[in-house]
Design a protein. Structure first.
Length: 128
């Protein structure tokens, strides 16, 4: 009986973690969809001019430099921005999950998810 109880508890914890991961993915997808309309408007406005990147703009190269397992502080340093905007925070079964978003003026963005201060997933939209 004790093995069955431990198995049920482990399965319940895994179910909770899966629910959190699915919720995070849903937020990322919705954020990307909402940003796509802004991106199209920005593209139309800038098509006549060559693209010039602002010095404080997050680039695709910076995004690609975000390795799984790095801390939030190291991610901030690699992106060259002081802080991301916290868009989600939850703690389940002792695992703190925090999602941050960094956005450029043209609505291109980075979304990063940290669990216990370690990068576990990242997404980008429209970076150059």
């Amino acid at each position: 009986m004790p093995d069955e109880r431990n198995s049920e508890q482990s399965q319940a914890q895994l179910t909770k973690i899966l629910a959190v991961v699915l919720a995070i993915l849903l937020i990322v997808i919705l954020s990307m969809l909402l940003s796509s309309g802004k991106k199209q408007t920005a593209q139309v406005a800038t098509q006549a001019q060559p693209t010039q990147l602002a010095p404080d703009r997050i680039t695709l190269a910076q995004f690609l430099n975000l390795d799984d397992g790095i801390s939030y502080q190291l991610a901030v340093a690699r992106l060259g921005r002081k802080y991301g905007t916290e868009i989600s925070r939850t703690t389940i079964a002792g695992i703190a999950t925090v999602m941050y978003k960094w956005q450029n003026d043209d609505a291109s963005n980075v979304i990063a998810t940290f669990q216990n201060d370690q990068l576990v997933s990242k997404a980008q939209f429209g970076l150059q």
